[in-house]
Write a protein that binds this ligand. Structure first.
Ligand SMILES: N[C@@H](CCC(=O)N[C@@H](CS)C(=O)NCC(=O)O)C(=O)O
Length: 213
């Protein structure tokens, strides 16, 4: 096997952050669009936990967490400017808050029926108060979590903020969070994001179209 192989799912925010990191690093990779209802047995053999993304490296190493894939892609000399700012205590804390409390509230807001959730609005408001408002305040001081340039933390958080905003777009637009809204709009229209959303054929392995950012 020559190229790394990514098991991915187009709409999964964890897989999006992994694909964006691979594209930023200019890494050529093969990709397999997984059906979450019928995960390929080859993937489950490599990673029995059954979540995407999963990456198989040419030396046989298996990366089972999106952040590990981002680390592998971005912690090289050429992409140091994306990786190093993400290692600050503050940015590691943003990542933990995103993948922890914010994701918890986001799921119960977005998928309230699946979670049998009666207080959907409570989760929306909690996500806003504990994560999105503080994030917007931070982005008033700097264009990106990386500073004047984006870093891995921006890539890691953006797909989840996108999901939140897309639940009730009209409501989200009326919020007074200009810095966060501008940051989100910037990512949504970025060539990097549009490229990462390239539509792969389902359930087969193909080269992911390459580029460098
Ligand atoms: N901690 C994992 C989480 C990945 C994850 O939860 N992915 C979801 C899709 S967004 C998944 O594959 N869930 C399993 C399923 O739905 O069957 C990571 O960072 O990669």
């Amino acid at each position: 096997m020559q190229k790394p192989l990514l098991y991915t799912y187009r709409r999964c925010p964890y897989a999006m952050r992994a694909r964006m990191a691979l594209l930023v690093a200019g890494i050529e990779f093969d990709a397999h669009e997984v059906s979450l209802r019928g995960k390929p047995s080859e993937m489950l053999t490599l990673s029995p936990k059954g979540s995407v993304p999963v990456m198989l490296l040419p030396d046989g190493t298996v990366l089972e967490q999106s952040w590990d894939i981002m680390c592998w892609a971005l912690s090289q000399d050429a992409t140091r400017s994306w990786w190093e700012p993400a290692q600050s205590t503050e940015n590691l804390d943003w990542l933990a808050r995103n993948d922890g409390g914010f994701k918890h509230h986001l799921d119960r807001y977005k998928y309230s029926e699946r979670y049998n959730e009666t207080d959907r609005t409570g989760h929306r408001e909690n996500a806003l108060a504990t994560f999105l408002r503080p994030l917007s305040s931070r982005l008033e001081q700097r264009s990106f979590l990386g500073g004047s340039e984006p870093c891995a933390t921006d890539l890691a958080l953006f797909p989840f903020v996108r999901q939140f905003a897309a639940v009730e777009p009209d409501w989200f637009e009326l919020l007074q969070l200009p810095a966060l809204q501008a940051w989100l709009a910037n990512w949504l229209s970025s060539p990097l994001f549009l490229h990462c959303m390239y539509k792969l054929p389902g359930q087969t392995t193909v080269p992911f179209p390459s580029s460098g950012y």
